[in-house]
Design a protein around this ligand. Structure first.
Ligand SMILES: Cc1ncc(COP(=O)(O)O)c(C=O)c1O
Length: 387
């Protein structure tokens, strides 16, 4: 049971990282070792992550946002290029396109899966389209076969796998479903390193380019330089890069967390199925899709409040639940309705009606690895009592 230490009332957070003594010990060891920037722990974390997602290359970075940016930069996306992405996503998916000087082109989403609508992607393609960013929102993989079928040769696929560590689609893990992918280790994700991210790719040349760009475009890594035989040698730089290196403290924490990912997902899956069963008869609340041809990573459990049938508005529900100690959140943003994008591109809410409705009607309810049976029963009962 989770109790708020200030009010001593039950408080069930929307998400809580499942971290403890093991993570503390791993970070402590790194601190005591004296190697605190990207080093052996990051390398081991990358290797484990790559094996688990069945991809040859994994590169740790400072966040999923910087990972997405690095991926687009590595693909050579720049001014004059267009990148298609879903209108219902976290703002970072769109911002990274602008960081490259390219143009974000929104596509609507499927209101049942919350993922990019492939038919709308097909309508948005032009001869300037360089890449598409399907988002595996909340841990459910996008329709990758459908997407591939509509894309012409030469259009790259960057998976926004922020929520999808451990997810899979038709037998292939997320991270190997496109040309390149970026994952997040923000604390609202299943595994965390505080902030942090991971890029995966099957293309060796792209991996090599991104590895250099992660470290200012340096020809050799800090580690190679440090352990190399030529103390006088500084790296040469023949491309523009960034400092997107993960610290070894995070690498050490990530290594512990990735070892628990499978267990975390299994637990989340059981809880998600139990929610679906316990709330199935509420005609006004639609449960998230459980895929039959892949694995949902259950980063979040996002329901849909049907405005035509619900006993009150979604926002009123969220307020009542909050008063009872149950945290909820809208699924994510309709990015085209956010001021910056709305003003910059003269966008109207109705331009992407499904994204608009998803933002208005979705309600994420608590799902994380620090909830116990009592917490789940409490959340279920609090929702059922709404009407
Ligand atoms: C779909 C999506 N993309 C990108 C991001 C950015 O991740 P990060 O916070 O690691 O930069 C998030 C984070 O919430 C996300 O949900």
């Amino acid at each position: 049971m989770t109790i708020d230490p200030k009010t001593e009332l039950r408080r069930i957070q929307i998400s809580l990282p499942a971290t403890g003594e093991e993570e503390c010990e791993a970070v402590r060891e790194s601190i005591l070792s004296g190697w605190v920037t990207q080093g052996p722990k990051v390398a081991a974390f990358e290797q484990t992550f790559a094996e688990l997602h069945d991809v040859p290359h994994a590169l740790a970075v400072t966040s999923c946002t910087t990972g997405l940016h690095l991926a687009l930069a590595g693909l050579g996306v720049g001014p004059g290029d267009e990148v298609i992405l879903p209108a219902f996503t976290w703002i970072a998916t769109a911002n990274v396109v602008l960081y490259c000087g390219a143009t974000p082109v929104f596509a609507d989403v499927d209101p049942v899966t919350n993922n990019i609508d492939v038919a709308d992607v097909a309508r948005k393609l032009t001869d300037r389209t360089r890449a598409v960013i399907p988002v595996h929102l909340f841990g459910l993989c996008a329709d990758m076969d459908g997407l591939r079928a509509v894309l012409p040769q030469g259009v790259s696929i960057l998976e926004d796998a922020a929520c999808a560590a451990g997810a899979s689609y038709k037998g292939t893990p997320a991270g190997g479903l496109g040309d390149v992918a970026a994952f997040s280790f923000h604390p609202r994700k299943s595994i965390t390193t505080g902030e942090g991210g991971m890029i995966t790719t099957k293309h060796a040349d792209l991996a090599e380019r991104m590895e250099k760009m992660r470290n200012h475009g340096a020809e050799i890594s800090e580690e190679q330089r440090h352990h190399g035989p030529s103390p006088w040698r500084l790296p040469d730089f023949n491309m523009l890069g960034f400092n997107y290196r993960m610290t070894d403290l995070q690498g050490a924490m990530g290594l512990v967390q990735i070892g628990k990912l499978e267990q975390f997902i299994v637990e989340r899956q059981q809880r998600a199925e139990a929610y679906c069963e316990a709330l199935a008869d509420l005609s006004w609340l639609r449960m998230p899709v459980i895929p039959t041809d892949g694995r949902h990573a259950w980063q979040a459990f996002v329901t849909w409040v049907d405005p035509a049938k619900a006993p009150m508005s979604r926002n009123e529900m969220m307020s009542i639940l909050n008063d009872r100690g149950v945290a909820t959140r809208p699924g994510t943003h309709a990015v085209h309705e956010l001021h910056y994008y709305r003003d910059q591109y003269d966008l109207k809410p109705d331009d992407f009606p499904h994204a608009r409705d998803c933002a208005a009607n979705t309600m994420a309810i608590p799902l994380h690895n620090r909830m116990d049976d009592d917490d789940y029963a409490y959340v279920t009962e609090a929702i059922r009592s709404l009407g």
